[in-house]
Design a protein around this ligand. Structure first.
Ligand code: SF4
Length: 407
């Protein structure tokens, strides 16, 4: 094996495919992007709007909180209103503490959802835990729905953790406390999944996750889950945080796992700015998958960072305008242009890398840098097609890109 072979992406970890309302998760299917609303689910209008916005942004599954009876009763109405609008994205119900009760007392909600998320750490307390977990699995079997057994660092099964800590304390060579936490998370997820299987729920109806807020812990936990099971895996760094911190941490953790072939569906848990756009988490997840060469969602715009050779901000504005234009004009470009796998545009700031990078793009422009003649060669399909000059270079290049897209 050559050095380059040894450092390329590992083959996908083999998992069992799960059909979530028509979207396949695992079994080698493309990695699915999902997201979650932050509206009160009992507020039907707001939830419908946000689910539709997330679906339009590219979320292939959307999770909604089902925390009380009013929320459970709203779910079928949300599903119906979305369908009336032509939004068919599968809906996942997020249940904690009283999921067994809400599903049992609201069969229309149980039917309207495409998957149930259960957290074994807070499905119930002590003697009631197994019974309540079992009641949710029964509902999943009755309605033919898959479940996600979603363990979370912040709500880990206290009984299991205490047992493992006690065992570790008696061991000849005790493990560090962090390793015991990893073990508790993995056992909580896999033992719960096995229990669901024993009750009769097929492995093709089970997705597993083990979310933590630290990058290194997340990588450790998911490697263990992948080594010990074949359940489809939902990846996500929980409480990733706001702004660049959340994006960087999630991208690092999820990117490393995907590079190692681990992960069937991803969610970026980004905290939006107050009043901010919830769809950002969807676009960021798509960008990670596209950057890693795992999927292709939107045409790529390559732009140089600019430097002392850059004569103006024209190229930055042009790169931004082209990116925005593509997002607006081609939100569903793979359906619009069947057979076109990738589209690449380049906006470069000078002659150093401009012509070379532009030739690799479908359409590229090399703007004049410091000391260069005020001319901007344009390359189409790898060949120099024309040279733009004068004050209208940006407008003319946008028209060339529009024309290329139209053709
Ligand atoms: Fe600087 Fe030119 Fe490279 Fe852009 S292409 S970063 S302007 S040297």
């Amino acid at each position: 094996m050559s050095l380059s072979d040894s450092i390329t992406m590992k083959p996908r970890h083999q998992t069992i495919a799960v059909n979530v309302g028509g979207v396949i998760v695992g079994g080698g299917a493309p990695v699915v992007v999902q997201s979650m609303t932050n509206t009160d689910t009992a507020d039907i209008a707001s939830t419908v709007k946000q689910v539709a916005d997330l679906a339009r942004a590219g979320s292939e599954l959307v999770r909604i909180t089902v925390d009380r009876d009013e929320a459970a009763k709203a779910v079928p109405h949300i599903r119906d209103q979305l369908r009336k609008r032509g939004v068919t994205v599968p809906l996942i119900g997020d249940f904690h503490y009283i999921g067994h009760k809400l599903l049992g007392e609201n069969p229309d909600c149980a039917e309207a959802l495409d998957k149930y998320r259960i957290n074994p750490g807070n499905v119930g307390f002590k003697d009631k835990k197994d019974k309540q977990f079992g009641a949710i699995i029964d509902m999943a079997m009755k309605h033919g729905k898959p479940v996600r057994i979603g363990v979370n660092w912040g709500s880990l099964d206290a009984e299991l953790l205490t047992h493992l800590m006690d065992e570790n304390a008696k061991a000849a060579e005790p493990l560090p406390a962090r390793a015991v936490m990893h073990e508790a998370m993995v056992q909580s997820a896999l033992l719960s999944a096995e229990r669901a299987e024993e009750m009769g729920l097929g492995a093709d109806r089970i997705v597993v996750s083990g979310k933590v807020s630290s990058v290194q812990d997340l990588i450790a936990v998911y490697h263990m889950l992948a080594q010990r099971g074949r359940y489809a895996l939902h990846l996500g760094l929980t409480e990733a945080g706001m702004g660049s911190k959340g994006i960087v941490a999630s991208s690092a953790a999820i990117g490393i796992l995907l590079q190692n072939g681990i992960g069937d569906t991803i969610r970026f848990s980004l905290t939006p700015e107050p009043g901010g756009d919830r769809s950002q988490e969807v676009r960021t997840a798509q960008e990670l998958l596209q950057t890693m060469g795992l999927r292709s969602f939107v045409p790529v715009v390559a732009a140089c960072p600019g430097c002392g050779r850059t004569t103006s901000t024209v190229f930055q504005e042009l790169a931004r305008d082209i990116q925005d234009m593509i997002r607006d004009r081609m939100p569903d470009w793979k359906t619009q242009y069947p057979g076109v796998e990738t589209l690449n545009f380049a906006v470069m700031g000078c002659i150093v890398n401009g012509p070379g990078e532009s030739k690799h793009a479908d359409v590229g422009i090399s703007l004049p840098g410091t000391g260069e003649s005020p001319a901007a060669p344009v390359f189409i399909d790898g060949k120099k097609a024309m040279t733009l000059r004068g004050p209208n270079i940006a407008t003319e290049f946008k028209a060339i890109v529009e024309d290329y897209i139209a053709r």
